[in-house]
Design a binder for this molecule. Structure first.
Ligand code: BES
Ligand code: MN
Ligand code: ZN
Length: 486
């Protein structure tokens, strides 16, 4: 699917025309006369301007298929609305054979480039559906769209490119998270990362168990003991500014299936734990987009991948391990495995010279209790960095909510026999998990932790994705990389 910018005056008719309809019901002035007449007729329908309501006209005339998407109050229009409108419009074509579509975009309130980027992202988001393994092609089909024109004034070339890369990256993360654990093992995640590295021009290194042992990653490897699938510690490097070190390190939790280990989970909904590698998918997809966009910044992505299973060699509650940082950990609960893989990932990123680290993880059930499915939990230090990540995320379309992290919590995760315990009760469990990760963050590193356990999956259809994996945090990571570019 290719995107191109077209000025309203040059738009003319298209096979499909997608038009936002605000509550003032005013059609864009530059619409071709025939199309405009159709829009005016549809606009007269009850509820036509209700947010994301879709009305379609299928005519025989040269105006083609006309889709109007309710856009609500003109004064409330922002990038998120632009994404949702484009997404709803393209989604309405799922059952059609449309090869070309034109999306009309309104840049008056938020500026043409932002509106155009958002529309492209939304269009890409609608080109994802989760029924990947249905045997009937009809059940998983998407329209054969070759070209999508973004109808807007101004110079939006870079915006289209950015929107396209962001949209595709989010879909990549969704696709990987959606795959069942038997088709997305650590080895397959590494294959995906290799393919992406080749396409985006990134350096890739995959450390096997032996190499991780040599580096002292006892915490990460303790999670892999109970599984027959070999662990894969995936490292991707992008050097857009040259020179030493990394301006951003992204670390993603890569548990390709989390059974809980010996502290086994109850069976209800356990299949969702096939997506416990969403953090890994997010950092891999994000650095793929960064490689395509080529900002002048150095970024390293680290994805410690493994299954968490209760095999004969599995970690037993009470076992003690030494992490790459040298700190010792008492594994009280083998289901608190995410933090165990993250700390070695974070230590590795810092040894590589990352001065800022953002980790992404489906980490705790507690964050689902606290925030539900609309905001990811945000932790870190210093506060100025946390706020920078929050704001960048909000602009990019991820909703992050800051949570506290102070010494009281850090004191509550001390181990009985070791430096740290990986589980210290249910109260404030998301904060204690963050405090555990914090113990691997070195003096001077700016760090943010995104707990996406509530946002990685939706149990109902959303404007930007159907029920299933949502692909959180990818846009934030890409936007941060661009922000740290010089
Ligand atoms: N992967 C889970 C967290 C999770 C829960 C993700 C629900 C997505 C949806 C994580 O590994 C886990 O099991 N966390 C435990 C930690 C506890 C044992 C300290 C939790 O939060 O219950
Ligand atoms: Mn777990
Ligand atoms: Zn987990």
């Amino acid at each position: 699917m290719k995107f191109r910018a077209v000025r309203p005056a040059d738009a003319g008719a298209s096979e499909v025309t997608i038009v936002p309809l605000f509550d003032d019901k005013q059609a864009p002035k530059a619409l071709a006369r025939g199309t405009r007449a159709v829009v005016d007729r549809l606009a007269a329908e009850r509820g036509a301007a209700v947010l994301y309501n879709v009305l379609t006209h299928v005519g025989s005339g040269k105006e083609g298929r006309v889709v109007i998407v309710g856009a609500g109050k003109r004064a409330e229009y922002d990038a998120e609305r632009a994404r949702n409108i484009a997404s709803a419009g393209i989604k309405s074509l799922w059952k059609t054979d449309a090869k070309a579509a034109a999306i009309w975009v309104d840049g008056t309130k938020i500026g043409e480039p932002r509106a155009a980027q958002a529309a492209v992202e939304g269009a890409q988001f609608a080109m994802w559906r989760p029924e990947a393994h249905r045997s009937k092609p009809e059940d998983r089909r998407l329209p054969p769209l070759g070209t999508v024109s973004i109808v807007v004034d101004g110079n939006v070339r870079d915006a289209l490119k950015r929107g396209d890369a962001v949209g595709q990256a989010v879909n990549t993360a969704r696709r990987m998270a959606n795959e069942p654990a038997n088709k997305m093992t650590p080895t397959i995640v590494a294959q995906e990362a290799r393919a992406l590295a080749k396409e985006a021009g990134l350096d890739i290194e995959v450390l096997d168990r032996k190499k991780c042992e040599a580096l002292g990653m006892g915490s990460y490897l303790s999670v892999a003991q109970g599984s027959h699938q070999p662990p894969q510690f995936i490292v991707l490097r992008y050097r857009g500014r040259g020179g030493k070190g990394f301006d951003l390190g992204m670390v993603g939790k890569g548990i390709t299936f989390d059974s809980g280990g010996i502290s086994i989970k109850p069976n209800e909904g356990m299949y969702h734990m096939k997506a416990d590698m969403t953090g890994a998918a997010s950092v891999i997809a994000a650095i793929g987009a960064i490689g395509r966009l080529k900002p002048k910044v150095n970024v390293i992505a680290v994805a410690p991948c493994t299954e968490n299973l209760p095999g004969g060699g599995a970690t037993k509650p009470g076992d003690v391990f030494t992490s790459m940082s040298g700190k010792t950990v008492e594994v009280i609960n083998t289901d608190a495995e995410g933090r165990l893989v993250l700390v070695d990932g974070i230590t590795f990123a810092q040894r590589e010279g990352a001065t800022r680290v953002v980790d992404v993880a489906t980490l705790t059930g507690g964050i689902v209790i606290a925030l539900g499915s609309h905001f990811s939990g945000l932790f870190g230090k210093p506060e100025s960095f946390v706020e920078e990540v929050r704001r960048t995320g909000a602009e990019a379309g991820d909703r992050l909510w800051p949570m506290p992290l102070t010494d009281e919590y850090r004191n509550e995760i001390k181990g009985e026999t070791a430096d740290l315990t990986n589980s210290a009760g249910r109260d404030a469990s998301p904060i204690k998990a963050a405090a555990f990760i914090d113990a691997a963050v070195e003096e001077g590193t700016e760090w943010a932790h995104l707990d996406i356990a509530g946002t990685y999956w939706s149990d109902r259809d959303r404007p930007q994705a159907p029920k299933g994996p949502q692909g959180p945090a990818v846009r934030t990571l890409i936007a941060l990389a661009e922000r740290f570019a010089r």
